[in-house]
Design a binder for this molecule. Sequence first.
Ligand code: SF4
Length: 211
Amino acid sequence: MQPDLQLDESLPISGLQHLAFCPRQWALIHLEQAWAENRLTAEGSLLHERADLPGQTRRHDLRTVRGMLLESRRLALSGRADIVEFNPLPFPVEYKRGKRKPNDCDLVQLCAQALCLEEMLQTDVPAGAIFYGEPRRRMDVTFSAQLRSRTEDLAQQMHHLYRNRITPAPIPGPHCRNCSLNHLCLPQATGNAAVENRWRTAQLRSLRTEE
Ligand code: SF4
């Protein structure tokens, strides 16, 4: 991604997690403010409230900062880290309810926190961790070049959608089952038209190729 994004305002890091999960979900939450609390998000909020209480502790060489404010001017992102451990390099830790997900949305959110820390503190942040509630286990994450690139691409995409006020069409799939906005999005009802359009476009394209 080019460093100059011509970004006008800072967007929340948490939006990257929604965008990675589903672009339409991101738009419904961040553009249309249609946030619907379901059991998964409610439990997640409780877990975050506990981890978010600001403050810091020190134990031997390990300093732990809770609720640290984060910002990247380069990516125009801002947010708050559940926990950042310093020993001596910063090591962000994100708390999530439930199990590890079969997608990279949690990884992207954590990586964005690392990119903010690197820019703010002018230091390397090679790794972090995600603490999952089920089972209660911490998973270490290495911020590879691939994950960094994916995170920066999503940041750019998020700003593009935001700047142009774009709400993407739904793409129905298994992920819709756990989506808190399912009843507002109506993926089957509204998705069919989009799928049909894409099918029609593909058909027309193949006809033109055959001509
Ligand atoms: S219901 Fe499916 S398509 Fe609609 S916002 Fe949720 S995940 Fe996206």
